[in-house]
Write a protein that binds this ligand. Sequence first.
Ligand code: F6P
Length: 367
Amino acid sequence: MSTKKKLLVLTGGGDCPGLNAVIRGIVKRASQESDWSVIGSIEAFNGVLEDPMRIIDLTSETTAGIHVKGGTILKTTNKGNPVKFPRQLEDGSWTTIDRSEELIEKLKGIGVEAVINIGGDGSQRISQHLFEKGLNIVGVPKTIDNDLSATDFTFGFRTAVQIATDSFDKLVTTAESHHRVMIMEVMGRDAGWIALHTAIAGGAEICLIPEIPYDIDIVMERINERYEDGRGFVNIVVAEGAKSKDGKVTSEKSDVIGYGHERLGGVAFTLSRQLKERGCQADIRETVLGHIQRGGTPISFDRILATLFGVKAFEMVLENEFGKMASYKNNEITSVGLKEAISDYNLVDKNSFTVRAAKSTGISFGD
Ligand code: F6P
């Protein structure tokens, strides 16, 4: 029987380019310590909670070269919260139960000494809950939305911006050829980082984000200007969580039991309708980028950041730095308490230099 200490790794929430690079970083660093072995739970904590468990060995061989691939070899889910696990009652209705004690017992049963949870704010809330119950757990931040305040950047964000910028550039040439208004919807439920960076990189005329509710008349003014000055085409980037001053976020209630959040999407069509109602004469087309932004190979920055987070997370385990999350602050890889990490969102500040600079280059935020 192996006498090695066992580390369990999992990925939770939506996927994100760079997850595999974190897993590989953890495993490579762990392989330098002869008394540790690494295993992975399939689909967040579901792999442990299910019977039989779905657990795989993670070795230098099984993780070789995976840093280049998108997605996660461990699979993921945003329906796997052990603290609020969905359970069907006899009358057919659904409730949630806390399975965290059971989870911790199962982990003890298979000899797990520490856990690394790679995930966004929802996943790190679960980490904090399990830490308070006595689990040795370390977090690694993940989100393409870049909305975690305890880290200056999350991996996946820059890849998403690159994908969105490449798409935006393509929409510019077709908008110009047809004298059209092109609306491109990107992800960003609470924070407009992807939209803001894409708008600056692509040179958009209009950028609408959740942090700055827009006035449709001001958006119309910017469109009219472009047609009056002879340019005759407009490119708009809108974050999925954007809303007009008097409107609501465009969303649809998910019918999936246990789904972690409200399902957004379709604001491009809402905006298109609002523009037509305001008398916009130009031809309008809508493009919703959706999950394309989360797929494919991570760009080099994200592979590097993710690898550094993986190595750091394992070293946090070695140093017994539990209840903390790896973080990138002021150009350094460091750690922060999970409690602090989940206490605040990183939102776009409308008075920031970046927003002012964007405005200086002609981008209207509809405010
Ligand atoms: O949290 C990241 C994110 O990309 C959000 O911007 C988006 O609303 C959400 O994930 C969509 O997740 P899914 O479709 O996987 O449930």
